[in-house]
Design a protein around this ligand. Structure first.
Ligand SMILES: Cc1cc2nc3c(=O)[nH]c(=O)nc-3n(C[C@H](O)[C@H](O)[C@H](O)COP(=O)(O)O)c2cc1C
Length: 214
């Protein structure tokens, strides 16, 4: 039963650019058959708390005696890990906020990037997500295309891709929509056609990915 974990992190309830694209992926996934199931976690509507204790960065077997002896609240972490590990494909709506990840998505990452559990460490060599695919849909108001003066300013996709690929061993597909503020910022008015074309291309790309991965 192919299962999708669909995460959204946009804080924009009215005109989000990333949500329609992740929704298009999820709709295409469901369209592949009733056995193609989806768990949708809206990190904006139901934000995970900040990681409550540094001990949660480590698998229980790797914790220090002081950490093991302390009462550690891992209820949220266990829920998020179970949800992630149950997914064959992970879809992440990752808007750029202040050149980086939405804080809700970063809190999710802090809960699920666990040495010795999802990330191999020392003798705990398991990498349970290895070989699975993550699709990152990243929307940004301005442009950060390779070769442009702002190319190095994207700190949204690179850290997320590091966690998903290097730490988790997943294959990462990145779909970007840029210039999403073209309809709002007068100085970007002449970029609206490009932004629209990128949005349409992003939807087509995620629909294709859903069919391929499902
Ligand atoms: C809090 C906040 C910070 C933002 N920071 C940036 C930024 O650093 N660079 C940028 O290009 N756009 C920035 N934007 C614009 C968003 O990246 C853009 O609106 C994008 O479409 C967000 O995805 P969403 O529409 O799905 O929320 C910011 C928007 C918000 C709300």
């Amino acid at each position: 039963m192919p299962h999708l974990l669909h995460l959204d992190a946009s804080v924009d309830p009215r005109t989000s650019s990333s949500r329609p694209v992740t929704a298009a992926f999820a709709e295409a996934w469901r369209g592949l058959g009733a056995d193609h199931t989806v768990t949708h976690r809206d990190l904006q509507a139901d934000p995970p708390p900040h990681l409550p204790d540094a001990a949660l960065h480590w698998a229980p077997a790797l914790r220090t005696p002081a950490e093991t002896g302390a009462e550690v609240d891992d209820v949220v972490q266990r829920e998020l890990l179970a949800e992630l590990l149950a997914a064959d494909v992970v879809l992440v709506g990752a808007p750029m906020y202040n050149w980086s990840l939405p804080s809700t998505l970063k809190a999710w990452v802090d809960h699920v990037h666990v040495l010795g559990t999802t990330v191999p460490f020392g003798e705990l060599t398991d990498q349970p997500l290895a070989g699975r695919t993550a699709v990152v849909v990243s929307s940004r108001g301005a442009g950060y295309a390779p070769g442009s003066p702002t190319a190095g300013m994207d700190h949204t996709v690179p850290p997320l891709a590091l966690v998903l690929s290097q730490s988790f061993g997943m294959t990462v597909e990145v779909v970007t929509l840029e210039l999403t503020l073209a309809g709002r910022v007068p100085a970007m008015a002449d970029l609206q056609a490009t932004a629209t074309a990128q949005r349409e291309a992003a939807v087509a790309r995620v629909q294709e990915l859903a069919r391929t991965l499902g």
